[in-house]
Design a protein around this ligand. Structure first.
Ligand SMILES: *[C@@H]1O[C@H](CO)[C@@H](O)[C@H](O)[C@H]1NC(C)=O
Ligand SMILES: *[C@@H]1O[C@H](CO)[C@@H](O)[C@H](O)[C@H]1NC(C)=O
Ligand SMILES: *[C@@H]1O[C@H](CO)[C@@H](O)[C@H](O)[C@H]1NC(C)=O
Ligand SMILES: *[C@@H]1O[C@H](CO)[C@@H](O)[C@H](O)[C@H]1NC(C)=O
Ligand SMILES: *[C@@H]1O[C@H](CO)[C@@H](O)[C@H](O)[C@H]1NC(C)=O
Ligand SMILES: *[C@@H]1O[C@H](CO)[C@@H](O)[C@H](O)[C@H]1NC(C)=O
Length: 443
């Protein structure tokens, strides 16, 4: 009896803890916070890739039936927009409209192959191509008279015929010289894949996969646990460092191509391509997550060096985007391996601020009262810490939307999170062990 009394006490205590734990207020962003983050995104997104990235965030959060990341949503999508989506999609189509309407100014009224915007990057303007394709597909030109199909074709032809390439065919990220940036994977292959799906041209989906394969062959650093380097080749502007956002861009771009293929009419004949893409996303997760800063659960701007290294710092932007890709891989491919890390980083990014000497506008640790994510890399100067980042805002939206969809799908892999969370096996795990032992003693 002597031994069973404390054990019974423990049994009760741990049972209570086990019952109470799931109801602990979770560190999740509220709806109001996500709306504020979205507002900042709308204000900040001005550059080509920021507009393209914002367009995707709008779909992920507010019009999921038009997102290629939504599992089992047959492509091509509905040409007639459901009434419920007219208003959520308005800012999405406005991005396509203003871009196509201003294309002449940006490109000096040339005709034929041209980017959707002339900004020196061969790749970034193509990120808006997805919105332009969907504007064409859903007949926006009937209302505003713009030639969306022509603009999309000019952008495609520009990439295929005008932009320089490596000898083995990788399309350059820059116009003036052949140079490969990890960012490219988010900007171009998803556009190629969506173009191919919409126009019924399988070759373009194969090309999307092939461009990613080529980029991986150059940028993946096998001496650094498969982290991707940021910028290679060209005479100036190289950045062989393992830029965290670049790794996240690559994983997120791969997922969009995977989702496009998997939901398309070519799913059955492009199985090996899908397998590659899923494996390459997982490879980046495996390369990146061991580099999380242990105390903040954020990535350093350059993943392979501690945040305290000279010129390095913590970056919430890449942390948010990579987390979104973990939930998306779980949803699209049933791989849940890095869920514990995604949850850990999402909790960190959603955490309340308990530091009383921090500025009073910081009610959350990493999102200020105005809705801005912090700390973030300067998106226009990737080696420096910045103040406000349009892409960072979009990445928070992507993280939140992906997490929401993952919860709706049954939080698969969540138990792994409890086993390997920062508290070791977790209180619930220990409670079950004690339950088991006590059960044995009592019997
Ligand atoms: C999503 O919809 C909400 C509510 O309508 C809106 O406030 C928010 O700005 C939208 N977010 C994005 C990223 O479009
Ligand atoms: C392009 O053409 C339009 C209409 O003809 C004209 O108003 C505009 O000034 C031209 N822009 C440039 C940059 O040439
Ligand atoms: C534009 O949409 C039409 C359907 O209205 C489709 O047949 C055509 O292939 C699309 N063109 C492009 C370039 O997406
Ligand atoms: C499909 O795309 C490829 C690559 O752009 C092009 O060469 C080919 O002509 C296209 N096929 C059709 C039927 O449009
Ligand atoms: C609390 O905030 C102050 C002011 O921003 C900062 O200097 C300090 O490092 C913070 N303390 C912790 C434990 O984060
Ligand atoms: C919060 O305070 C910091 C430091 O005073 C300032 O830089 C930032 O702009 C403020 N944000 C808002 C939303 O007021």
């Amino acid at each position: 009896m002597k031994a069973t009394i404390p054990c019974a006490t423990k049994l009760i205590t741990y049972t209570l803890i086990a019952l109470w734990l799931p109801t602990v207020p979770a560190q999740d962003l509220s709806n109001d916070e996500v709306i504020l983050v979205s507002q900042c995104l709308a204000v900040a997104a001005q550059q080509s890739w920021e507009l393209g990235t914002r367009a995707q965030a709008i779909l992920s959060l507010n019009a999921t039936s038009y997102s290629v990341l939504t599992p089992s949503t047959p492509l091509p999508p509905a040409r007639s927009i459901p009434d419920s989506l007219t208003s959520p999609l308005a800012p999405f189509f406005e991005i396509a409209r203003s871009t196509v309407a201003n294309r002449g100014n940006s490109n000096k009224n040339i005709t034929g192959p041209q980017p959707l915007m002339a900004d020196g990057s061969a790749a970034d303007p193509a990120s808006i191509g997805f919105a332009v394709l969907l504007a064409n597909w859903t007949g926006q030109g009937l209302h505003d008279g713009l030639d969306y199909a022509g603009a999309a074709k000019d952008q495609l032809d520009y990439l295929q015929f005008d932009v320089p390439r490596t000898s083995d065919g990788a399309i350059s990220h820059r116009v003036s010289q052949v140079q490969l940036w990890s960012d490219f994977v988010y900007m171009v292959p998803p556009f190629l894949a969506y173009y191919g799906m919409i126009t019924g041209n399988r070759t373009l989906l194969v090309e999307a996969h092939d461009q990613i394969r080529l980029y991986r062959s150059y940028l993946r650093d096998t001496t650094a646990n498969n982290l991707w380097k940021h910028v290679l080749l060209g005479t100036s502007g190289n950045d062989p460092g393992h830029w965290s956002t670049g790794n996240a861009w690559a994983a997120a771009g791969m997922l969009r191509v995977l989702g496009t293929i998997k939901n398309s009419q070519y799913a059955n004949t492009l199985k090996p391509q899908q397998k590659d893409l899923a494996a390459w996303v997982l490879e980046i997760h495996g390369a990146m997550y061991p580099n999380l800063d242990p105390s903040s659960s954020l990535f350093p701007n350059y993943a392979s060096q501690p945040a305290s290294a000279p010129n390095n710092f913590l970056d919430a932007s890449s942390t948010a985007l990579l987390a979104s890709t973990v939930y998306r891989l779980s949803l699209l491919w049933g791989t849940h391996k890095y869920l514990p890390y995604a949850e850990r980083t999402r909790h960190a990014l959603s955490a309340p601020n308990t530091n009383t000497s921090a500025p009073s506008n910081m009610t959350l640790l990493h999102i200020d009262a105005g809705g801005w994510l912090t700390p973030v890399v300067n998106p226009h100067s990737y080696g420096q810490e910045g103040a406000q980042s349009a892409e960072g805002q979009a990445f928070v939206v992507e993280m939140q939307a992906a997490w929401r969809d993952w919860v709706a799908d049954g939080s698969k892999g969540a138990n792994a999170a409890l086993r390997t969370g920062s508290a070791g096996m977790g209180m619930r795990g220990w409670a079950l062990v004690v339950l088991g032992i006590c059960a044995g003693v009592l019997v």
